[in-house]
Design a protein around this ligand. Structure first.
Ligand code: ZN
Length: 185
């Protein structure tokens, strides 16, 4: 049986939590050769699968123990969270934010690497992003509101930061149960 195993095998990856050094280490950019390596393409597929499995809206490669500048984002309408905005599946490689608006919004954030906690984080409401897609084609776009927040949160990960670092103070930091009891609208 020399036949190749030509089936799609997707792996759910283990998510690194705060305290694991990989979360605090700035990541490195990918060359075109690295990005086109089938192993890196598989990593991207696995990041998408892992994000969906844990119902995240974004995932950075260092959250799954790869210290590389790759982000995946996606948000689907969920009957349980009707106010959540949709984000089509996006893969951002070597992303940078080239412009931030002066107006700031403050919203609740949580993180797969900081489980069971939520806190309010002020962020610029609009940004301009330069990045590459998974085929190393150039992307340049503006993002507003929820999408801008998710991109900033994920891009912080690539620089070794988590949302706690961006909170104005820790007074709104809350466990999920208490969030549901005292803070959810
Ligand atoms: Zn996060």
């Amino acid at each position: 049986m020399a036949q190749s195993l030509n089936v799609f095998i997707m792996s759910i990856l283990k998510v690194a939590r705060l305290g694991h050094p990989v979360i605090r280490k700035p990541t490195s950019p990918l060359s075109e050769k690295e990005l086109k390596d089938p192993r890196v393409q598989t990593l991207i597929d696995d990041m998408v699968g892992t994000m969906r499995e844990y119902a995240g809206v974004g995932l950075a490669a260092n959250q799954v123990h790869h210290s590389k500048q790759i982000l995946v984002l996606e948000s689907k309408k969920n009957p349980r969270y009707e106010d959540v905005e949709e984000i089509p599946l996006m893969v951002l490689v070597n992303p940078t934010i080239t412009w931030f608006s002066d107006d700031v919004m403050e919203d609740w954030e949580g993180c797969l690497s900081v489980p069971y906690l939520k806190g309010k984080v002020p962020r610029p409401q609009s940004i301009e992003v330069k990045a590459f897609n998974r085929k190393m084609q150039k992307l340049d776009f503006k993002a507003n509101g929820f999408l801008a927040v998710v991109i900033q949160h994920e891009l912080d990960h690539l620089n070794g930061k988590v949302f706690l670092d961006s909170m104005k103070d820790l007074s709104t930091l809350t466990h999920l149960d208490e969030y549901g009891k005292y803070w959810a609208e």
